[in-house]
Design a protein around this ligand. Structure first.
Ligand code: EPU
Length: 346
């Protein structure tokens, strides 16, 4: 990549999305240096159609072929930029694998990201949907996001409070054509109160025989739980949770709970909102383990759509719509997909 980027035509994206859908991009451009983005965005192949920025491809469904160029950021540095006995600030490039970053920080004795172990995807994608699991969201530990602003052609530094982090949401997700995240800076403490109250973590640590856990132990417990519950995209195509847990008013949550007392619900983004378990509702509608052709729902988790081999994006999307329709008919709650849909709208 001598000039900092490389372009190829008619590129198959099968190995670049964890669903394993065989979509084809008219152009694939791999960029190794954020300073080259202005030049890449000015290419005629990119000007023809809005380009798609691709990270680990773990949170999108190619429901059809992308109409324009696909840009992949191929930058992989991690560096500590400030250190003290209490905490450190580090910068990681967009292309760094998220799980590798989590393990690297824990090995440096830094805490905070342990509950987010084993989430597929890249660091650059993490702030976009503010990835979260087991009671932690990435945004809590992000200090600054470095992004290329396509409006001005400049690299910007956005402090966390300008990023609009919320449940699976951020300013980057709300303005998909404005920013390209090139690096993320995290502020991580060396000691902090470990979060083990989320269902399953404390039990897992007990099963591991750990009584005085360190952050690395919590990460190992999370890894064990995820391996058991969530299908490994290396073995069976999937994009993690396919639906968001729907956020409804506390009043509606109460009404639904009176009819379905077993339906789990969680704290919402605001005091008068509750998040309902989409997995529970989908399972109640009988979809868990369902399969039609190669498109299906995981046996181990009702929120995860799976590609058993050669399902097309359209088949997976068709199944997702049937699931959402049936949940709406029974519970009156409309599910929204969590991954980005390319080539279709919901
Ligand atoms: N449940 C079922 N059936 C299932 C699975 C779960 O009824 O097949 C019920 C159980 O009662 C369980 C509850 O749903 O107690 C919650 O399940 P889980 O702990 O697996 O969490 P989730 O709400 O389904 C969310 C995230 C996951 C994250 C887990 C753990 C979303 C959309 N998903 O799932 O994130 O790993 O919590 O924190 O918020 C992802 O985003 O791709 C993802 C995997």
């Amino acid at each position: 990549m001598s000039q900092g980027w490389r372009i190829s035509a008619d590129a198959c994206l099968r190995s670049r999305n964890t669903f394993g859908v065989a979509a084809v991009a008219p152009w694939l451009i791999e960029v190794g240096d954020p300073q080259q983005l202005a030049e890449v965005l000015a290419l005629p192949q990119v000007q023809a159609h809005a380009p798609l920025l691709l990270g680990g491809g773990s949170n999108l469904l190619f429901a059809g072929n992308p109409p324009g160029a696909v840009i992949a950021l191929d930058m992989h540095r991690i560096e500590i930029i400030q250190d003290s006995p209490e905490a450190a600030t580090l910068r990681a490039d967009s292309g760094v694998q998220w799980h590798a970053l989590v393990m690297w920080t824990l090995q440096q004795g830094l805490a905070g990201l342990e509950n987010l172990a084993l989430i597929p995807g890249t660091t650059g994608a993490a702030p976009i949907q503010n990835i979260g699991a087991y009671g932690t969201e990435t945004g809590e530990f992000i200090q600054t996001v470095i992004a290329f602003d396509r409006g001005t052609g400049m690299l910007l530094r956005l402090p966390a409070d300008a990023c609009g982090f919320a449940y699976r949401d951020s300013v980057f997700k709300r303005n998909p054509d404005q920013y390209i995240v090139t690096a993320v800076e995290f502020r991580l403490p060396r000691r902090h109160a470990l979060r083990m109250d989320y269902a399953g973590i404390a039990d897992e640590l007990a099963a591991m025989g750990v009584s005085d856990p360190a952050a690395m132990d919590v990460a190992n417990a999370v890894i064990r739980i995820r391996r058991r519950k969530l299908p490994d995209p290396e073995l069976i195509g999937n994009a993690g949770s396919f639906f968001k847990n729907p956020m409804v008013s506390a009043e509606l949550a109460q009404a639904i709970a009176s009819e379905y007392p077993a339906l789990p619900s969680f704290r919402g983004d605001t005091p008068d909102a509750r998040k309902l378990s989409a997995a529970w509702m989908i399972e109640a509608c009988g979809w868990k383990g369902f399969r039609e052709g190669d498109a299906g729902v995981a046996d181990s988790h009702a929120l995860v759509l799976v590609n058993h081999g050669h399902a097309s994006g359209a088949q997976l999307l068709g199944l997702a719509r049937r699931i959402a329709d049936s949940v709406y008919a029974r519970f009156g709650v409309w599910l929204e997909p969590e991954p980005k849909l390319v080539g279709a709208s919901w």
